[in-house]
Design a protein around this ligand. Structure first.
Ligand code: NAD
Length: 348
């Protein structure tokens, strides 16, 4: 039995509980939140009869667990994961891995040194389509990759589709750099950068424009200064020569949570739209490319990250995406911020 402790019992933690409890031979053994009444409520809602801790160090000391799932806000990913690693626990950490490359690298280094399983929840890797795209590109099915465009579009700043961001802490911390948020870039741009680089390869350089919009008087609501970026546009050049445009916004009215990727090679192209399906992609290749005909390919099922994490613990072999991958993406995020601040192209 693999025993998992959950730290941070907010919105995303329910998904961790649901997914881990569906895995045979795995159970939740403890939970922790600095907001204890919230953790008590969470335990009741998720039918968890487990010890509840307000202090994570106390959990590490007293709880019976093999692994920790870190579902706290971004600002706490690094410190809490490093404490868990030091205690010899395997760690699944939410994205972004940290709030800067130096912290993310430290996490990756310490996990490696301690020999614990470490994974970052780039959850769109659960899409079979992205793995099939990676295979097709590696096999040369679309020729030499030349160009791509990728977007992650949300609209929670221009709709109430995800609740009221003006009054809910879980949205307000995402708008505030002082609360550890990297804005839309750090929140979902991080998914998009993983998605747009995993099948194509290493990024060589980026040029990025970030925009923070005025959303409240003085861009301040209570303790939250609303200064994190709301829209990001990145031009990228890959090591293999491909160039691309990657963009994301929380003001993409009409799109609740849309992730799209199109990759163009000199002998074919692939497109993925996760709003259409997670397990299909479209391809235009061979003779079809002369008539611009697209065919839909059904992709083989992929175990989700929770299963891959538990399997990694059982086998003692780290699956992807690991902390080193999380740190590599963090390096690109840092470069995007530097690029915006200096209006220059940053080499990775
Ligand atoms: N992979 C995905 O697709 C995905 C989706 C949503 C959120 N996330 C990530 O999950 C994380 C949590 O997001 P959320 O929406 O659940 O946030 P949330 O604000 O709803 O919940 C975070 C919880 O952590 C608690 N917390 C804060 N500091 C703590 C500490 N030091 N120790 C223990 N508990 C602490 C808070 O009290 C809160 O209950 C974020 O990093 C976010 O980026 C990932």
């Amino acid at each position: 039995m693999i025993k998992i402790a959950i730290v941070g019992t907010g919105g995303m933690a329910s998904s961790h509980v649901k997914n881990f409890t569906e895995i045979p031979g795995c159970r939740i053994s403890a939970i922790c939140d600095v907001d204890e009444p919230k953790a008590v409520d969470f335990a009741a809602k998720n039918e968890l009869k487990v010890p509840i801790f307000r202090s994570f160090s106390e959990l590490l000391e007293k709880a019976d667990c093999d692994a920790v799932s870190n579902v706290t806000p971004d600002a706490y990913h690094s410190a809490l994961s490093i404490d868990a690693i030091a205690a010899g626990k395997h760690v699944l950490c939410e994205k972004p891995l940290a709030t800067c490359y130096a912290d993310a690298k430290k996490m990756a280094d310490e996990a490696k040194q301690k020999g614990v399983i470490n994974m970052v929840n780039f959850s769109y890797r659960n899409s079979p389509a992205i793995h099939k795209a990676a295979q097709l590109i590696a096999s040369g099915k679309i020729g030499v990759v030349k160009h791509l465009d990728a977007c992650y579009l949300q609209s929670w700043l221009s709709s109430n589709g995800w609740g009221n961001w003006r009054s809910d802490d879980k949205w307000l911390w995402r708008l505030s750099t002082a609360h550890g948020s990297g804005g839309v870039l750090g929140d979902v741009g991080v998914h998009l950068l993983d998605f747009a680089t995993y099948p194509v390869g290493q990024v060589k350089n980026v040029h990025c424009r970030l925009k923070n919009f005025e959303k409240a008087p003085g861009n301040q609501i209570g303790e939250y200064k609303l200064d994190a970026n709301d829209s990001a546009i990145i031009t990228v050049e890959y090591e293999n020569g491909c160039i691309g445009i990657i963009h994301t916004s929380r003001y993409a009215t009409g799109y609740k949570n849309c992730l799209q990727l199109r990759i163009f090679g000199d002998e074919g192209a692939i497109r993925i739209d996760l709003d259409d399906a997670y397990d299909t992609l479209d391809i235009c290749t061979g003779k079809d490319r002369h008539e611009a005909v697209w065919k839909t390919v059904k992709c083989r099922k992929t175990p989700n990250i929770y299963k891959r994490f538990v399997n990694s613990i059982k086998k003692g072999e780290n699956d992807q995406p690991d902390f080193a991958r999380g740190a590599a993406i963090q390096k690109i995020l840092d470069a995007c911020i530097e690029s915006d601040q200096t209006d220059s192209t940053i080499q990775i």
